[in-house]
Ligand binder design. Structure first.
Ligand code: TXA
Ligand code: MG
Length: 348
């Protein structure tokens, strides 16, 4: 299949490009598009055949459910049962934006979207291109991250291109994503809210509105692939570059010292994923890639996946990854690094 690649800038030609993309979605095709979190691979959420194509293009396991993207809070109750006001209280603050809510689903939602669960995940993106596309398609859009299953999520159109060129109908290039990690997934399907995936909206922000929010075990621990989990996506090795990753937490001196000691005795090509400004500290590394400033966590979320992908262009076999603490956006960064590492971690 020939994939159309279209740059979407701020000029009036956008209108035609978005119309084209919208008509592809309407007629059952696949379009990759930018959101404020990561690029999504969209299809008409109400068209089961179109949604099947998403799973095929990504090589995604069928038991991993998809998020439905809508433009207005008022559309939520078309697809999910909204039983209490706390949902609207939450969404008034965080929508449009990087928050996905999981609620009991209505029967209009095809089973393939929810992978047979009785719940559905819904999100209202803030990115103007995502919003224009949903509007132009005139249907809700099902969209996982637009990467090959298991690879780091795409934060640039070139990432989508390298994974999915030839497998999808169109890629809309809107530049780099502002947040760079996926949305926060919060289950409100039961009485107590549960954080299933940390993301652009922080746990602290959620708790300001909801009071205490529980965090699912899968955020911190490796989950047995056979066990039933609340969010099936959490059980797969994810965000993984080809090299083995070891996540390292602790204070600067201890972590830098530990990595250098190991670099001296290394037996394989070894890379370091570090913070900006400390690149020169790892003289014996075969490859050093920095991913942002420790004190500005949003720079870490923005660049993490691009940095993990950059290691794939090299021949390193092992990566020591600097992992931040779990406050604020640090929780999302740390969760993605732990997942890339298959939860192999060293706490110093
Ligand atoms: O930021 C994002 O959320 C991006 C952009 C494109 O919107 N999308 C995204 O989709 O990250 P995906 O498919 O890569 O991740 C969706 C996550 C998975 O972990 C999945 O298991 C979980 O949401 N999920 C979806 N439906 C669910 C449900 N009904 N119950 C629990 N978890 C669900
Ligand atoms: Mg994904």
């Amino acid at each position: 299949m020939d994939t159309i690649f279209a740059w979407v800038s701020d000029d009036s030609d956008n209108y035609k490009t978005i119309e084209k993309a919208g008509s592809i979605i309407k007629s059952g095709g696949l379009v990759a598009f930018p959101t404020e979190t990561v690029y999504g691979l969209g299809a008409n959420a109400l068209d089961e055949k179109a949604v099947t194509k998403i799973f095929e293009a990504k090589g995604r396991p069928q038991d991993n459910p998809l998020i439905i993207h809508i433009n207005y809070i008022t559309d939520l109750q078309k697809y999910a049962y909204v039983q209490d006001d706390r949902v609207y209280k939450l969404l008034e603050r965080f929508w449009p934006g990087p928050l996905t809510v999981v609620l009991k689903k209505r029967s209009i939602v095809p089973d393939i979207i929810s992978a047979g669960l009785d719940t559905v995940a819904v999100r209202c993106p803030s990115h103007p291109i995502a919003r224009a596309l949903i509007n132009s398609a005139g249907v809700p859009i099902a969209a996982p991250s637009a990467n090959t299953s298991g690879r780091p999520s795409p934060t640039k159109a070139s990432h989508v291109y390298s994974d999915l060129n030839g497998k999808i109908d169109m890629i809309l290039d809107g530049g780099s994503c502002d947040i760079g990690v996926e949305s926060t997934v919060l289950s409100l399907a039961a009485q107590a809210p549960v954080l299933l995936r940390p993301g652009g909206v922080t746990l602290e922000e959620l708790e300001e509105v909801l009071g205490r929010v529980e965090t699912d075990r899968a955020v911190f621990e490796k989950i047995d692939a056979l066990r039933k989990v609340s969010s099936p996506g959490m059980k797969y090795r994810h965000y993984a570059p080809r090299a083995k990753v070891i996540a390292i937490t602790g204070n600067d001196r201890a972590v830098i010292g530990y990595i250098n000691k190991n670099l001296k005795n290394k037996t394989e090509k070894t890379g370091v994923l570090c913070y900006t400004g400390e690149e020169k500290k790892f003289k014996n590394a075969d490859m050093v890639i920095s991913y942002g400033k420790k004190k500005q966590p949003v720079t870490l979320t923005q660049n993490l996946f691009d940095a993990l992908r950059a290691f794939d262009e090299t021949d390193v076999q092992l990566i020591f990854a600097r992992c931040p603490g779990t406050k604020g956006l640090g929780l999302a960064v740390s969760n993605r690094i732990m997942k890339a590492a298959g939860f192999e971690r060293i706490d110093l």
